[in-house]
Design a protein around this ligand. Sequence first.
Ligand code: BGC
Length: 766
Amino acid sequence: MKIKLIILLIGFSFFGYSQKKSIKKAITIKPKTEFVSELLSKMTLEEKIGQLNLPTSGDITTGAANSSNVAKNIEEGKVGGLFNIKSVQKIREVQKIAVEKSRLKIPLLFGMDVIHGYETTFPIPLGLSCTWDLKLIERSAQIAAQEASADGINWTFSPMVDISRDPRWGRVSEGSGEDPFLGSQIAKAMVHGYQGDDLSKNNTILSCVKHFALYGAPEAGRDYNTVDMSRIKMYNDYFPPYKAAVDAGVGSVMASFNEIDGIPATGNKWLMTDVLKKQWGFKGFVVTDFTGIPEMIEHGMGDLQTVSALALNAGIEMDMVGEGFLTTLKKSVEEGKVTIEQIDNATRLILNAKYDLGLFHDPYRYTDAKRAKTEIFTASNRAEARKTASQSLVLLKNQNQLLPLKKAGTIALIGPLADAKENMAGTWSVATNMENSVSLLAGIKEVAGNSTKVLYAKGSNLDYDAAFEEKATMFGKTLHRDNRTTEELLAEALKIANQSDIIVAALGESAEMSGESSSRTNLEIPQAQKDLLQAVLKTGKPVVLVLFTGRPLVLVQESETVPAILNTWFAGSEAGSAIADVLFGDENPSGKLTATFPRSVGQVPIYYSQKNTGRPLANKEGKFEKFRSNYIDERNEPLYPFGFGLSYTTFDYSNLKISSNKMKFNEKVTVSVDVTNTGNYDGKEVVQLYIRDLVGSVTRPLKELKGFQKIAIKKGEKQTVSFEISVEELKFYNSDLQFIAEPGAFQIFVGTDSNAEKKVSLELIK
Ligand code: BGC
């Protein structure tokens, strides 16, 4: 007894916390390895297993923290972290339970899905990726980290870097599109934005790259469905962004829900240990996705004890919500199914992360109530979000330069997304106060000013089907379904249309039509809105379609009938202002698509970096050719290709050059091109470089993005843009999964989108 008491007291002073002292200042403690080893040596098996347990905040969010079940578990040392509690006060209160009432006083991690901003909400990640601006993207993560950390959060489940080429899958909205090169650059920028250079600062937070791996390629585009993919495709097309995040020093990785090679990712030792830890050298910890461990029972991998041991043996360290580790690991140790060393190793990695965050120096590091009052949803953060949002919009069509609009005359703003502030932030925006988002109606009124008259009518509901609208407007993201008849809604819209000079139609998806568990088989704008659009077009007034969507849509009818289309995704809390900035020309659109827009859902999966096949089409006009790789009822090409996006100005590419047509393995060449702004506005252009490897030991894509630069060019001016090419840009994984370049001929394309045709040749020689 006495000995135990002494150890306990040593423990107290060792960590430097006591109930009375209540931690005002950071303290000096031993170096990480020593500190964590000493702590581990004091822990019981139950306490170690407790560190591997990540419950959701559960009753703590609704009840008094001290009386909840989670609180009891924290006191008993059975919790390593909690997620999705919002508010610095609540988090401080819960942290207090851990550091004052549990035996070893180990502080908790506090996680949250801070996916595209905190209260200041940035565009959904798919939209953010369309900025092609790595500095802006990194800055968005930095602001998110600053706000989240000011509210008590020290760990975010972001970035989501799942490559997806299937817009039926609702979670395309949460990633950076279809391309591994761009996706990797963005992954790095996000990790750096969240974690900064020093994780222990109180305004940086631990990042968690997800969902490892291949979650974006479910069969039939149905969320959580089976994934089956060749390893060569994994390594070349789907793994790079996860690896880029690891190379950037991401502190944690989240396992995906899907299976890989017949074994769920959560129990897949090849994936978690051989690839992630051994090949890539990942040193942080791996957390499951929500109930990932018990879901392996449904996958058919055995009972809870079996699947929990499977996960630990695979290389998982933390169990999100499943409680499989908490309830079965001790028994598995006793039965020899897992070892104490494995549990020690897993615990060590969680404790390391807490140490890196500075939580052992000061468990209240992220719970400064003053910061919460002054650093969240600030005017300057909102101004940055507005600017970033304006850069994420993609102008898909602008016949006869209908846009930008004049700040004069009368505008009819029509559509169910026009006055819909609850939907502006988009999916996965748990920290947003939806009430504070700027609707398009409010944004247009603000930016157009008093010289413009703005009339508004809803025109239609999201869809004719009320039950569908209910599924599409969950989590408070209401569109305030209107009980008037279709005819009444339309009559009101036509009335204001006829009184106006121009119609702005705000149509598309609601925020919750994309995101988790929001797969679709039909990729069109819902029928009620398509009908509304065709009806307002019949007035003969010019129509601008302001499109809201979380995924590439099929827009064939709209592209043929509407003179101007501005795709705005879900642009965040400042969406309405940012869209108005672009509509009225205060900002010139510069976003470029990062996911292909198909002509038909039947073309899916569709992406620019396809292979040639043995039977490619011979004609470029898309005419049907029997016994060639094409459809009898649709062209092969998409409606809008990867990299596409218009500006109010125009850019001309000329003088494409390469410094040498031959390059040795240790040499570099420079490719340069002149880009001239030939239109009437200053503008930004994303200059894109693609490479084709003409002959390989394995078949190679027709084009792969290997470089891009976003540049600002004043009207009438010209800039020379240069790219350096080394052997790195020519490498790929061969059939032995070695990352190599092979000597031979390459073509290098530079242009405004993935259809770029101007090219130079290069030969890689020994
Ligand atoms: C999602 C994750 C998310 C987790 C925690 C899961 O359903 O797949 O992306 O981080 O919930 O909220």
